[in-house]
Design a protein around this ligand. Structure first.
Ligand SMILES: [Zn+2]
Length: 411
């Protein structure tokens, strides 16, 4: 019932008043006096802080605790440490079964669901997620067959902090994340990867950030550097936003000069059109499609900007030779479109053309990077309230790196 192995149950005490069950246990023979860190057998040092409790999974509505001695041992490598126990991670106040259930829930359900169901604070969830993830990462070789990767930066905590993340294009998984967005962060990824495996990397996609590019050139000189479609399209999206703001300013100035609802109408419509302009056409609601049709009729310049944005998106959606032809057409159109913000994007695209064509040739998926980006952004919002970035990274690795533990009963 308490999901432990090689453990002797000495006593079970039930307290009706506090609605708790305390199970007194001790490690079976041969499992005592092991170093909490390396699990090697060591001489006993002292009794430590006496008996300790570990929270286990609830039994019905009652909280269950395991209680045992927590002696200290002297390890040759780690000095004086608390001896290992088989039912919990080193330095943890919860059992394996409890930890894994919390981590599973943190990935699959909402913040409220985890904290209320498990009756723990959100900060504790963060600590659990960080240690379950660290355990999972230590157990497998996540860099084993990495060939094609994407490097990106993600902001969190109201955009004042950054993570550098690496995804594997082939397994479609997040394989690495770290705090910061600088050359040191990228270097530490390649350090973790190891020199030999750096030579096995064939393709690297990233945005045009100089700090990524410089490190990539040094650490993987042979790899083909591809442009990250998500970022290229986002240039066009920003340019479109600029054009929309200009239209909005003009419409408002007109409204101030005119009088009544009729003159305010255009400004209001434009103000509401943001989502219609941002969304992919296939996802538009009927209402948004109507708004777009209205823009086409009343504001041809803004509509042209919208089509330019969609055109660039199509380049990556098509990919391959078709994508390259579309890119050619798009560039000549954008360069002479007489919308300054898009002329600027055209120049940006031109300078990155070879990398964009590499992306089209090698079919690096836009959808993967875009969805990982969106998912991590969502996680950064959920992780708000965790004590440190380790918990956020842990949650990201569990959810997007394929390290989510299975439930204790699901063998
Ligand atoms: Zn040790």
């Amino acid at each position: 019932m308490i999901a432990v192995r090689k453990t002797v149950v000495e006593n079970v005490a039930h307290d009706q008043e506090s609605e708790t069950v305390v199970v007194s246990v001790r490690p079976a023979r041969g499992q005592r006096q092991l170093c909490g860190i390396c699990k090697k057998r060591c001489p006993r040092y002292d009794g430590g802080a006496g008996r300790r409790r570990w929270r286990s999974l609830d039994c019905g509505v009652h909280k269950v605790f395991l209680e045992a001695e927590a002696p200290r041992v002297t390890c040759r490598d780690h000095g004086v440490v608390v001896a290992a126990v088989l039912w919990a991670r080193h330095d943890a106040g919860h059992t394996f079964a409890f930890d894994d259930t919390v981590a599973w829930l943190a990935v699959k359900t909402s913040k409220t669901a985890v904290t209320q169901l498990m009756r723990i604070a959100w900060r504790s969830v963060g600590a659990i997620v960080a240690r379950v993830s660290a355990d999972g990462l230590a157990a497998v070789d996540r860099f084993a067959n990495v060939r094609r990767i994407g490097i990106d930066e993600i902001s969190y905590k109201r955009n004042s902090h950054y993570l550098t993340v690496v995804v594997d294009h082939d397994t479609r998984r997040l394989i690495w994340a770290s705090v910061g967005r600088d050359m040191a962060a990228v270097h530490s990824f390649f350090d973790a990867l190891g020199e030999e495996r750096c030579t096995q990397i064939t393709h690297i996609s990233s945005d045009s950030a100089d700090w990524i590019e410089r490190v990539v050139k040094r650490r993987c000189p042979e790899a083909i550097h591809c442009a990250d479609p998500f970022h290229v399209v986002s240039w066009a999206q920003l340019a479109l936003d600029e054009v929309r703001s200009e239209s909005l300013r003009r419409a408002r100035a007109l409204a101030r000069r005119g009088r009544g609802q009729r003159s305010r109408g255009p400004a209001l419509e434009l103000w509401r059109s943001r989502h219609a302009l941002w969304k992919n056409p296939e996802n538009l609601t009927e209402h948004q499609a109507a708004r777009l049709a209205w823009i086409a009729k009343t504001d041809p310049r803004l509509h042209r900007a919208y089509l330019l944005k969609e055109g660039l998106r199509y380049v990556f959606a098509a990919g391959g030779e078709e994508g390259k032809e579309a890119l050619e057409r798009w560039l000549s159109w954008a360069k002479r479109c007489r919308i300054p913000s898009f002329v600027k994007v055209a120049r940006q695209v031109e300078t990155r053309r070879s990398q964009i064509e590499a992306t089209l040739d090698h079919g690096l998926s836009n959808a993967l990077i875009e969805s990982t980006n969106t998912k991590i952004r969502l996680l950064t919002r959920i992780a708000f309230g965790f004590k440190n970035a380790d918990a956020l990274i842990g949650l990201a690795m569990l959810a997007l790196g394929g390290f989510c533990p299975s439930l204790p009963h699901a063998v």
